[in-house]
Ligand binder design. Sequence first.
Ligand code: ADP
Ligand code: MG
Length: 568
Amino acid sequence: MKSAQDLRKLLNEIHRKSYPAYKGTKGSYRFADYILQIDHVQGDPFASPSKVSVAIDGQLARFPKQLFDKKYKRIALQDYLTRVFYQKIERFNFKAKGSGKSGLLSVSRCGQEILERTACTIDPANGNVLVRMEVGFPANGRTINSGELIKIFFEFLPECVKESFFYPCADQKKIEQTIFLAEDQQVIREEILKRNLSAFVANGSILPRESGISSRPMKNGVPFRSPKEMEVEIELPHRGKITGMGIPCGITLIVGGGYHGKSTLLNALEVGVYNHIAGDGREYVISDDTAVKLRAEDGRSIKKTDISMFINNLPNKKNTEAFYTEDASGSTSQAANVVEAIEAGSRLFLIDEDTSATNFMIRDELMQRVVAREKEPITPFIDRVRELYEKEGVSSIIVAGSSGSYFHIADTIIQMEQYEPAEITAFAKQEAAAFPLPVSEGKREMKKPSVLRSAEKNRTFADRGKVKIKAMGKDGIQMNRETIELRYVEQIVDTEQTNVLGYLVKYAEQNLFDGKKTIQQVVDAMEQKMERDGLASIAESSYLPVNFAMPRKQEIFACLNRYRGLRL
Ligand code: ADP
Ligand code: MG
């Protein structure tokens, strides 16, 4: 392997040459404490920056094994190290000068959630650390200024790496707290399953966010306090005893006046599928990690989905057992979202009336009288929610501000008042008795949806030609000229997850779709590959995955199901 001195010599030689001479630096170089790998060199100073990685031997990094011997601990440690490194290199960002992106130094910017990322990975077998980053190779115009790159590689980077990835120099107390929190969170996750709960919200949690565009905690938010009747206690290995609201499996209704904090609670449960960092306010808000937020999504495409448990006898005689549309209505989109979430293995549905199609959720008595059953293709969710729990084991937590129909069928009813929950099940049931639900006449028996869907290759992407993938924030993916809309897949919390979803679609097209494997088998195969070969492996390229974050299985399904190029 070439040495650091070889790199310095090479850089000196290409000083003031034209930019493409940088291409010759691609390769690996042994520095004192790590190996620097230049994986990809940008074409000019304005192009997407060069991809560089730093590999540190486990013997030198010396993180004690017990900090990463379980997957969830390893992810927490990797996440922590990425955050530290981000702060270290931020000081040197653009300190090397030049045109365009010259001097840029960047690594993934982590948000409130703790995610598995390609930015920093620790090999569970030997503790080797790999850090992936971007560096803007400096130039003036298109003339190489390698003196500035020498500063980056020989001054800035060694200092940042040293301060971040060597346990003896690291803030060991902070690392310990990070791992302790991860262990406590893991215990809550295991406990809620054991105790048949859908979610846990600790007393003292701060649920509201700073603003609509910030996911940081609201300053002076009212701390959460569980109703006495729903309080549960969990013994955590580090924090000790913790109390909070345990939401039982079954059907839970959250009611209350406008602006009293209903949606804020539901949002916290939506992201409670992920662990949060200390100080977030929701670090002890843990929901069943298969939970899916369901909403209306007019205009989405639906491919061969069996929505017959909700929709039948459409006026155009369309088959709803294998339903196709390129432009779904509010109710058909929400019906498809439910069925696809079942296919994706969800055990908990989260629904906010505000973002639901009314005719999907309920049908009031007057409407039932005026428009006869046979004329209404929709069996509303309220007529299925009980069966979904009893036959499929899927619980629902529903926020309702205006319709009282769900009082009748809910197992648990919570009222939010001034951001404080009260348990009002008995009271609400008593009141509801005076307004009996209309008998749903001629209700159809619920049939388990058919999930035997298999995709053929789409030639546009399947032939190993170039596929340009671009994440549009969390809102979608551009793949060549194809767009996959993900704006309403609300549990995507990071652009880096969207990024991976794009590569997964490409991977499925090029390697898995064969007209035989079902969508479920395709998703399983991709998850197994990422588990076995690492998240980065899905890109099938050595340099691309500097900025990948792991999406959940549920979002992988959601993405494939919204992909208009899918050939079923
Ligand atoms: P709802 O869905 O009941 O109409 P929201 O959940 O949208 O109400 O909350 C309304 C407003 O109150 C939001 O601006 C939210 O940030 C704020 N809010 C919610 N919970 C709290 C809290 N615990 N403390 C302070 N403000 C809160
Ligand atoms: Mg609301």
